[in-house]
Ligand binder design. Structure first.
Ligand code: NAD
Length: 432
């Protein structure tokens, strides 16, 4: 099949690479010319495990191409996948549909023959109808259908999740479009649940799933707060809970609060959308407020440890919103860093992959370290904010020698509390 993918970001690029690997002819379109130039030069523009090699193989065998030209990517495509961003509106927090609408306007001009337009971006319910209207207005005679094809990949596991998804959801209101997507996803038949639903149900499934996962994280974080006061251990509690298959053992890791490019924006968009329908989603509204407040409380924990140290220096390990990615969007680490800066703190930061993305946001407000050890030199507290496993393997004896004052606030519970305390650190973690 010929596939055009509009938007070559954290979703579009792995999706393009994945479909090319399955043997399709893929053209990835992006209006960011610098991005396309980098991709054409054979360099991936995001960090994802296993991406570089598969990307290069498919570029070399000619199945994966990149362009800034909508015409080139759309005119011969059997399926056009929309994977542009739907960021939160700065005030209302509803999904900003500008990029979706622009993409629909543009792609409409170049449709030729029957084409399925599939929306992979996370979009409010009813967006399929809007895209259909936009295209129909521009090209009344065009032969097309619009389907919802929500994406569930996890950054850091994008290719794994492309090839082995828990499920594929296809929201097609018409059999002809459904048949094209059935063909596209043939290699997954028998291995993965493929669910065919109404387009509006499909759009809802994505938000309902992300909001549920965000709620699960917030729930275990609140249980961690409880355990700290009650003398229980959150890991023992999570294990005991997770053995119940109705609860399940995943997403029961306590931390500084959920973040990333999806959960915060999707919970807010879902709550906004529901309010527009006159439905008050009390759980989601509460989770959003609780999760925002949690980041400020976590920053306070760090500040408390150094409140009596004049001119204290804070070392930060981790800026990405989770390990395995360079993505800093809505990262809890970045929000905690901002909170610390707002209190006038002096920070020296380090991350394995997210330094350049973080620098775009933080500029000269922090010092940038070149390694984990470089970050802690002369520090009065070390705050661990992203769960890169390497942080958990640090040589604590060396870290203690380098630090000015041996304080650690481990918001990812990566270190052994016993080892840290035996070495003389004042060590705090979550839920224990
Ligand atoms: P991103 O910002 O990384 O990528 C979007 C890309 O679209 C950018 O490169 C941008 O230049 C391009 N773009 C915007 N308008 C365009 C246009 N008119 N023509 C061509 N290119 C255009 O975003 P992302 O993280 O890949 O997310 C894309 C969508 O997928 C969002 O709706 C998001 O909610 C959803 N999603 C993301 C994830 C994730 O883990 N990142 C997971 C599931 C779903």
């Amino acid at each position: 099949m010929k596939i055009g993918i509009i938007g070559t970001g954290y979703v579009g690029l792995p999706t393009g690479v994945g479909f090319a690997e399955l043997g399709h002819d893929v053209i990835c379109i992006d209006n960011n010319a610098a991005k396309i130039e980098t991709l054409r030069s054979g360099k991936a523009t995001i960090f994802e495990d296993g991406l570089d090699e598969m990307f290069l193989n498919n570029v070399r065998n000619g199945r994966l191409k990149f362009t800034t030209s909508m015409r080139e990517g759309v005119q011969e495509a059997d399926v056009v996948i929309i994977a542009v961003g739907t960021p939160p509106h700065p005030i209302t927090k509803e999904a900003d549909m500008r990029y979706i609408h622009e993409a629909a306007e543009e792609l409409a001009q170049y449709l030729q023959g029957y084409t399925v337009v599939a929306t992979k971006s996370t979009v409010p319910v009813g967006t399929g109808d809007d895209i259909e209207k936009i295209i129909r207005n521009r090209r009344p005679q065009a032969d097309f259908d619009v389907v919802s094809l929500p994406e569930f990949l996890r950054e850091g596991f994008a290719l794994h999740d492309f090839f082995s998804p828990d499920r594929i959801v296809i929201g097609a209101d018409n059999e002809k479009a459904g048949a094209v997507l059935r063909d596209l996803y043939k290699p997954f038949e028998g291995k993965t649940q493929i669910l065919y639903v109404r387009r509006r149900s499909s759009e809802t499934i994505k938000y309902a799933s992300n909001a549920f996962l965000a709620m699960k994280i917030h729930y275990i974080n609140e249980m961690a707060d409880f355990c700290e006061k009650a003398g229980a251990d959150i890991y023992e509690v999570a294990k005991g809970m997770g053995l119940d298959r109705r609860i399940g053992d995943r997403f029961l890791n306590p931390g500084p609060g959920y973040g990333g490019s999806c959960f915060p924006k999707d919970t807010n968009a879902m709550a906004y959308m529901a309010r527009q329908y006159g439905v008050y989603l009390s759980l989601i509204e509460t989770v959003i407020k609780g999760n925002d407040a949690r980041k400020a409380r976590m920053a306070n924990r760090i500040l408390e440890t150094v409140k009596n140290i004049p001119d204290a220096k804070i070392a930060i390990w981790g800026l990405a919103f989770k390990n395995g990615t360079d993505d800093c969007r809505e990262s809890p680490a970045m929000q905690i860093v901002s909170e610390l800066l707002a209190h006038g703190a002096k920070l020296r930061v380090y991350d394995f992959k997210a330094m350049s993305n973080a620098a775009k946001i933080l500029g000269a407000k922090v010092e940038y370290a070149t390694s984990m050890t470089d970050a802690v030199e002369g520090a009065d507290v070390l705050a661990i904010l992203t769960e890169w496993p390497e942080f958990g393997k640090a040589d604590l004896t060396e870290i203690k020698e380098l630090m000015n004052t041996p304080n650690i606030v481990d918001l990812r519970n990566l270190l052994s509390p016993q080892e840290a305390r035996n070495l003389g650190f004042c060590y705090q973690c979550i839920g224990q």
